[in-house]
Structures are given as structure tokens and as C-alpha cells.
Design a protein around this ligand. Structure first.
Ligand SMILES: Cc1cc2nc3c(=O)[nH]c(=O)nc-3n(C[C@H](O)[C@H](O)[C@H](O)COP(=O)(O)O)c2cc1C
Length: 168
């Protein structure tokens, strides 16, 4: 199984750890992972050059590596902390930079056989709307099977999460 994780954060907190726990359930898997913004430190400039030719995106070289891993994966795992009741800003920026994946632009047949899991943690509330930002995107990329896992960890980092919650 080829698994690609896209983390909407550079750090290894609760969202990251839950994503890794899931990915590591699958024996003999080939895991690739990317951290945002570290692995794609750009915002879309709105030039729209990608609409005519994806390679004309000023950030295409950086994007290509992640696109190859996404297109080659059987399972996509997206993680994001809930920030102000939404997905993180780096994750939103990534979604914007992958604009041409939307089926109304350049549909990819490879998306139609993928599975995806979206994970978000919050201290208390907001995972549903954070996950929705990503779920909506994957739906419009053409991914047919999308599961979500939101958890109120009542913590600011993984170390603070109680053993009971970690087990759950
Ligand atoms: C900028 C910022 C915004 C946050 N917004 C929320 C929020 O809207 N709702 C909430 O319950 N927790 C919020 N939190 C807390 C985090 O969502 C929570 O600690 C989460 O588990 C962090 O995930 P991580 O360990 O993967 O970084 C916020 C934290 C930060 C730093």
C-alpha cells in the first residue's frame, strides 16, 4: 500500500501523531510524508498560469514532488491542527496551490480509485469545520472514499494528551 501523508503543520503534535498511528497500521506500506509550509513555502499568487499549463506555475518545481506522491498513493492521509475553527493556513495555502486538481480544471483519473482520511485535533471545538475545508477539496479532486477523524484532545501538544485519550 502506498500512503502519502500531508501535514498542515511543520511540528509533530497530536494531529501528526494520530496520522502516523494510522499509517503505521498497514504492514509493508510505502509511506511518504510532507510538512507544510516546510515542503512548499509559497502562497498562490493568483497568476492563473496553471490553468493553461500546470508547469507554468512559478512554484511548479516544489509542487511536482508532492503531486507525484499524491498521484501515486493508494491512501492519502491529511492532518491539520484546528486553528480558529478551520484548517491551518499552510493547509489552505496548499489547497490553493493544488487548484488544478479540481475536476472542473484538470481532472485526474488516478483520483477516482483513492481512499483518504482527514484528521484534525482541537483543544475543544472546531474539528468539523477544519476537516470540511479538506474534505470539500478532496471531493472535488474526485476522491470517492473519504473518512474523517476529529478529536478534542484538550491539549496544546501531544505530550499533554492524557493516556486515556491516546489509547482511544
Ligand atoms: C493559532 C491557534 C488556533 C487555535 N484554534 C483553536 C480552535 O479554534 N479551537 C480549539 O478547540 N482549539 C484551537 N487551538 C488549539 C489546537 O487546535 C489544539 O491544541 C490542537 O490539538 C493542536 O494540534 P497539534 O498538536 O497537531 O498542533 C488553536 C491553537 C492555535 C495555536
Amino acid at each position: 500500500m502506498k500512503i502519502t501523508l500531508v501535514h498542515g503543520q511543520n511540528h509533530k503534535g497530536s494531529s501528526y501523531h494520530i496520522g502516523r498511528l494510522l499509517a503505521e497500521q498497514f504492514a509493508d506500506s510505502d509511506i511518504k510524508e510532507f510538512f507544510l509550509p516546510k515542503d512548499l513555502e509559497h502562497f498562490c499568487t493568483g497568476c492563473c498560469k496553471c490553468i493553461s499549463d500546470e508547469e507554468k506555475c512559478p512554484f511548479y518545481t516544489g509542487k511536482r514532488r508532492i503531486m507525484e506522491a499524491i498521484e501515486g498513493a493508494d491512501l492519502l492521509i491529511f492532518t491539520t491542527p484546528t486553528y480558529c475553527m478551520r484548517a491551518s493556513a499552510p493547509m489552505k495555502s496548499f489547497i490553493d496551490l493544488m487548484f488544478t486538481y479540481w475536476m472542473s480544471h484538470k481532472p485526474r483519473e488516478c483520483m477516482f480509485s483513492k481512499k483518504a482520511v482527514i484528521i484534525s485535533t482541537a483543544a475543544g471545538t472546531g474539528t468539523r469545520s477544519a476537516i470540511k475545508d479538506i474534505k470539500n477539496t478532496l471531493f472535488y479532486w474526485g476522491v470517492p472514499y473519504i473518512k474523517e477523524y476529529g478529536m478534542a484532545v484538550q491539549a496544546m501538544n501531544w505530550e499533554q494528551v492524557s493516556p486515556e485519550k491516546k489509547k482511544k
